[in-house]
Design a protein around this ligand. Structure first.
Ligand code: GLN
Length: 380
C-alpha cells in the first residue's frame, strides 16, 4: 500500500458491520437505516431504468438533478446558485469531500479540522498531502475551543473542514461559533469545506449553512447527499455546491476520480429532492421518537449520555462499565452482549482523546433499538 495510506486500516464501519454479522449482534454501529427509503423515490429509479436512462450521465450531473439541488439549497439556505456552474453531482458526499480536497488542496497546504471527525477526512487529506491541524471538541457539549481555533488559523491555513450537524457527536455548530469561523476565514483568506449531510436531522436548532453568512459563499464548498435524508445510503448520490472558481477545482478532480455517477439514480434523486415539506417533517418526527428510545434506554443501562442535537448518532461515556478503552468496550459489547457500537478513538489524530467515548446510532426500527437496550440491560 502507498505510504500515504499505510496508517489507515479497514474502515471502522466495515470492521464493525462484519463483526455484527459474524456474532449475530444488533448493529447500532455503522450509520445506515435498517428500513427502506420512500416508494416514490424507488419507483422513480425503476422508471428511469425502464425509460433507458442507463448510459453515462453528464460528468457534473444530469441537468434535472443539478436544478433540483439548486432549488433545494435556495429553500434551505436562501442562496441562489447556478445549477450549471455551481453544482457538481458526485458519488455520495464521501466523493464530494475527496473531489473538493484533491481539487483544491496542494501538498503541504494546512487544513484545520475538528476532532472527532468522519474517518474519510484524514485519509483523503493524507492522499492530497495536506498538513492537518485538529481542534478537539470535548464533552459534555463538544463546543469549539475558540482560543485554540484562533491560534490554529493563520495566513498559512488553506481551508477549514467542518461538519454540522456533527458526526459522531451530534453537536450542531452554533451561530456564534460559525460567526467566529467566518471572521477568521475572511481575515486570513481561508476556504471552508462544509459537510452538511445531516442537515435534515437537526433536532434542537435550525440548521445553518455557513455559506449563507456574509462574505462566506465565495469561499465555501457546501457538500450534501441523498443518503441520510431519504434512507438510501447505498445509492451514493451526493453533491458539492460552490462558486465557479472553486467548482472548477472540484470538477477537475471529480472528472478523473469517477467521471460521472449512476444515471438512473440521479434521475430519481431529482424526484426525491422535490418532496413536499411534509416528508421532511415526518422524517424528523420519526427520528425524534427513535432518538428518545435509544437515549432513555442508554441512560437506564447506566451510560453517561451526552446530548445530541442533530444527526442520527449519540455519544456515550462507557467508563462506568470498567473496560480499559473504547475498543475493548466495543469488543466486549459485541462478544458478550451482542450489540455493536463504534469506538471513537479512530476519529482523532491522538486516539487517547477518544478512549472513553463510543457512538451509537438510532437509524434503526424501534424494535431493533429496544432489543439492543434489552440486551445491554441484561448482560452489561
Ligand atoms: N457515515 C456513516 C457512519 O458514520 C458510515 C459511512 C461508511 O460506512 N463509510 O456511520
Amino acid at each position: 500500500v502507498a505510504k500515504r495510506l499505510e496508517k489507515f486500516k479497514t474502515t471502522i464501519f466495515t470492521q464493525m458491520s462484519m463483526l455484527a454479522v459474524k456474532h449475530g449482534a444488533v448493529n447500532l454501529g455503522q450509520g445506515f437505516p435498517n428500513f427502506d427509503g420512500p416508494d416514490f423515490v424507488k419507483e422513480a429509479a425503476i422508471q428511469a431504468i425502464k425509460e433507458g436512462k442507463n448510459q453515462y450521465a453528464r460528468g457534473y450531473g444530469v441537468p434535472d438533478l443539478n436544478s433540483a439541488v439548486a432549488s433545494r439549497f435556495k429553500k434551505d439556505s436562501g442562496l441562489v446558485v447556478d445549477p450549471e456552474k455551481e453544482v457538481t453531482v458526485t458519488s455520495g458526499c464521501t466523493e464530494a469531500i475527496a473531489a473538493t480536497i484533491l481539487g483544491l488542496i496542494n501538498p503541504g497546504d494546512e487544513v484545520v479540522l475538528f476532532a472527532p471527525f468522519y474517518d474519510s477526512y484524514e485519509a483523503t487529506l493524507s492522499m492530497a498531502g495536506a498538513k492537518i491541524k485538529a481542534i478537539t471538541l470535548r464533552p459534555p457539549d463538544f463546543s469549539i475551543p475558540i482560543d485554540e481555533l484562533k491560534a490554529a488559523v493563520s495566513k498559512n491555513t488553506r481551508a477549514i473542514l467542518m461538519n454540522t450537524p456533527h458526526n459522531p457527536t451530534g453537536k450542531m455548530f452554533t451561530r456564534k461559533e460559525m460567526d467566529t469561523i467566518a471572521s477568521l476565514c475572511i481575515e486570513n483568506d481561508v476556504l471552508v469545506f462544509s459537510d452538511e449531510v445531516y442537515d435534515k436531522l437537526a433536532f434542537e436548532a435550525d440548521h445553518i449553512s455557513i455559506a449563507s453568512l456574509p462574505g462566506m459563499y465565495e469561499r465555501t464548498v457546501t457538500m450534501n447527499s441523498l443518503g441520510k435524508t431519504f434512507s438510501l445510503t447505498g445509492w451514493k448520490i451526493g453533491w458539492a455546491i460552490a462558486p465557479p472558481h472553486l467548482t472548477w477545482g472540484v470538477r477537475q478532480a471529480h472528472s478523473y476520480l469517477t467521471f460521472a455517477t449512476s444515471t438512473p439514480m440521479q434521475s430519481a434523486a431529482a424526484t426525491a429532492l422535490r418532496a413536499p415539506d411534509s416528508y421532511y417533517e415526518e422524517l424528523k418526527e420519526d427520528y425524534n421518537a427513535k432518538k428518545a428510545i435509544l437515549v432513555e434506554g442508554l441512560k437506564s443501562v447506566g451510560f453517561v449520555v451526552y446530548p445530541s442535537s442533530g444527526t442520527y448518532f449519540v455519544i456515550v461515556d462507557h467508563t462506568p462499565f470498567g473496560l480499559d478503552n473504547d475498543v475493548a468496550f466495543c469488543e466486549h459489547l459485541i462478544q458478550e452482549v451482542g450489540v455493536v457500537a463504534i469506538p471513537t478513538s479512530v476519529f482523532y489524530l491522538n486516539p487517547e482523546d477518544g478512549k472513553n467515548l463510543v457512538r451509537f446510532t438510532f437509524c434503526k426500527d424501534e424494535e431493533t433499538l429496544r432489543e439492543a437496550v434489552r440486551r445491554m440491560k441484561q448482560k452489561l
